[in-house]
Design a protein around this ligand. Structure first.
Ligand code: ZN
Length: 138
């Protein structure tokens, strides 16, 4: 019956369940979502029906070629805009990839860039180098 005491709060890292922390965490997640939506075209995640240029399938194929394997990702977290695709493919230290629609280049977003909003902002500002094929020189 004391299981709740073994629970660790995801927000503050202390043991127990804290309604205040849960509320803060939900607020934060919502803020991130709203900030990420600014990168989309139509205000929603996933491939955009009004999108133009490189198709989603082609962007995924570029990423496959870059990684040399078929990536597993959450299509509902994909971001499409006029210039690029963001494909979430996360592991430790990684936030995902941007595929530039006009050049087909793949850019790796490392967590060293900050959170995803900061990483996409860095990409937009030209601060993310293209690592070339498969991380070389990155
Ligand atoms: Zn807490």
């Amino acid at each position: 019956m004391d299981e709740i005491e073994d629970e660790v709060c995801e927000w503050c890292g202390m043991s127990g369940y804290h309604p205040g922390c849960q509320a803060e965490m939900a607020d934060w997640a919502e803020q991130v979502r709203v900030r990420l939506l600014q990168f989309t075209m139509g205000g929603s995640f996933g491939p955009d029906p009004s999108g133009s240029g490189m198709s989603f399938g082609e962007a995924v194929a570029r990423l496959e070629q870059y990684l040399d394997y078929v990536p597993d990702f959450d299509a509902e977290a994909v971001i499409e805009n006029k210039r690029w695709w963001y494909i979430p493919h996360c592991w430790i230290g990684m936030l995902g990839f941007v595929v530039d629609k006009s050049t087909g280049r793949v850019y790796k977003l490392g967590s060293g860039l900050g959170d995803l909003v900061q990483a996409l902002t860095a990409y937009e500002q030209g601060r993310v180098p293209t690592g070339g094929r498969r991380d070389k020189g990155a």
